[in-house]
Design a protein around this ligand. Sequence first.
Ligand code: ZN
Ligand code: ZN
Length: 872
Amino acid sequence: MKQLTGNELRKLFLDFFAGKDHLIQPSSSLIPENDPTLLLIGAGMAPFKPFFTGKMKPPHPRITTSQKCVRTGDIENVGRTARHHTFFEMLGNFSFGDYFKKEAIAWAWEFLTEYLELPKDKLWITIYTNDDEAFDIWHNDIKVPADRIIRMEENFWEIGPGPCGPCSEIHIDLGEERGCGKPDCAVGCNCDRYLEIWNLVFTQFDRDEAGNYTPLAKKNIDTGAGLERIASVLQNKPSNFETDLLYPIIDYAAKVAGVTYGQSAKNDVSLKVIADHGRSMTIMIGDGVLPSNEGRGYVLRRILRRAVRHGRLLGIEKPFLTDIVDIAATIFAQAYPDITDKKDYIKKVIQLEEERFHTTLVQGIELLNKHVQELAQAGQTVLDGSMAFKLYDTFGFPWELTEEILSEHTMTFDKHGFEQAMAEQRERARAARQDSEESVALPDLSGLVTETLSCNPEAESAKVVLILKDGKVVKDAFDGDEVAVILDVTPFHAEGGGQVGDTGSIASALGKIEVNTTRKLPDGTIYHIGHISEGALKTGEDVQLSVDISRRRHIARNHTATHLLQAALKQVLGGHVNQAGSSVDSNRLRFDFTHFAPVTAEQLAEVEQMVNEVILGNTTLAIIETTQAVAKEMGAMALFGEKYGERVRVVIVDGFSKELCGGTHVGSTAEIGLFKIVSEAGIGAGMRRIEAVTGYGAHEYLKLQNELIKEAAGALKTRPEEIVTRIDTLNGRIRELEKEVGTLTTKLAKNEVQDLLAAANTINGVQVVMGQVVAADMENLRATGDMVRDRLQSGVVVLGAISGDKVNFVAMATADCVAKGIHAGKIIKETATVAGGGGGGRPDMAQAGGKQPEKLSEALKMAEQIIKSQIK
Ligand SMILES: [Zn+2]
Ligand SMILES: [Zn+2]
């Protein structure tokens, strides 16, 4: 067996396949390119997916790599087994429609037995159950005895529909002394005796949705061999951790902790975790990952904080991770020289995150221990979700860390409660973000030398002069923090003169701020308000600036249009029009002005027309800086109540508008595209407001209007241009129908009256007509009542009618009945009360309403009672 270092092994592998006409490609970044489904590269073939699926043509049909990989699915097992890692390197050779099984198997065998000189009789082969082709090659060509070729159901590689195929693994028997000693110990056993060192995947089928396997015209080879595993075999080490690829870090951590590796199983786990995680964080940061609470940034944070905690378990109480970067850089010097170049940067990122976690780690662990004790005493095993959230939110414990610590005491936490607390906090943060935008408490900045600060629309980079967090000046701030930042130079335009502030981002090598708005202090100092989305921000840091240019263009279009609108209003309505306020953002413009009469539709149309003529005239804007006096002489419009400095800026649209203004504008009026007024209204005595849209906003507005018209036409079953005619026709039809309904109702009422009279009742010699009729409202009901009474000549009438969700009643009595003691007002009062209402009236005529139409007949029964009691 060859004695090789990890670096020698990697090189030998790549050179071997280069000798077989493979193109050696450097490892891809851990951050996947154009693959949003993947957080981090976790296998050698991952970067080649587009070659396998045929989406892209590979630079060569045969490629070989040693690929950086990160996997965190099994992170709790790291340090507890011989082989689990978060970071590892995967050696691989790939064929894209070129060679297949025969060559892949022969070369793997050749490399292992001739180049690494692994003993042939210790190598075991697994193949897929019915892959006779692979069996024949291994047995007949390579001469592996049949009893060392094992058919296994799980040797088939597939992920949903798409390319898939059987695979063949090569295992090495490390000897009985490494095994579990069980009689059935064999390849596939969980113990350390049989180690899988290489997996050859034969991609030969295309699986469809229905589960049919069609042979691929172009078959592929994808293999993966763990560099650390093979190194452990060649270096005769019990686990990957003792190889030269990891052990130097274990050695360092043991020294710092003052412990000896191999003496305590518990300490060894922590040392291994630190070695593995130390390599992971170095490579991840080197590839551009920054700590955050989301995505791959969270993976990094979790790994880093887990390493800090295992340091503490070893008794290391001060930051110790940055020195690991030096060791890792040495280990990787040959394969990834960029790590050496980025050493200082990687250390800085780790230092910030480690120090930050250290300040809360001790308190967090004390708190958690206290709760563990309380739970144990109470005989419980589930920690409150809100407590786990507090550890996450206040003490920076990734929840997985809390879970892991609890599991050491065979406890868990309430995940649902945790998620609920998290959701609530997100909601609070959102609200707070809005608040902080409304009023950022700026502290006394009199110590700040503002002379050195400047604005430059072209600026792309700057230095951080000051960071404010919660109204206090801080040296550094971290992801999740809401901050206000002052830069030595800025291209961001601050809110002012009715125009909203710029948005965009400020990024350093250490972190990134999403700028939500930009504001100005009274002395002109510009500050940027936003939140840190990832990593950290430090005072004095160099940063890259990026303004949301497309949004700024929308704002500029609306702002210039506001100037044009004001000039047009003065021309159309008169010189008395004055700006009373304006608000310009990326979606629309709003202009308030003084005017003492409504603006007519014709005037509005004229204003709109005039502005659009200037837009289409494509006038170049002139912006000049001058003194106030000169500007006044030029006749530039100034805002009432607005303070201007001695030097002012005049925005001129030649022949149309001249205005003092510090805002952002288009270069030429044609850029505005289109100006469309969407509303005009009075907003107070002598004050009007116009809202308008421009450019894309105007297009969007017209599109919506157009859709509305189409929808209306659809509903009217006609073409858009015939909507009005159709509505006229429909209105005419409605009038006709209403007339018809009127005639029919009268007829119906007459019939009803006849029926009612026929059913008249005599109580103590008085004729009584009572019942439910159809009447749309009180007026109709009264008319029916009148008709009945007139036909009756002598008697009492009580009628009820349902009208919508109400009920109406009338009661009437002829004069002779009133003389006999009948009182319509009293009848109606009692009757309506039954139906949830009230009312009253004269003895001969009364009306009332009720809210319970379902009580109508009950109410009429009551009326009968009252009448009986009234007749003497
Ligand atoms: Zn075993
Ligand atoms: Zn302006």
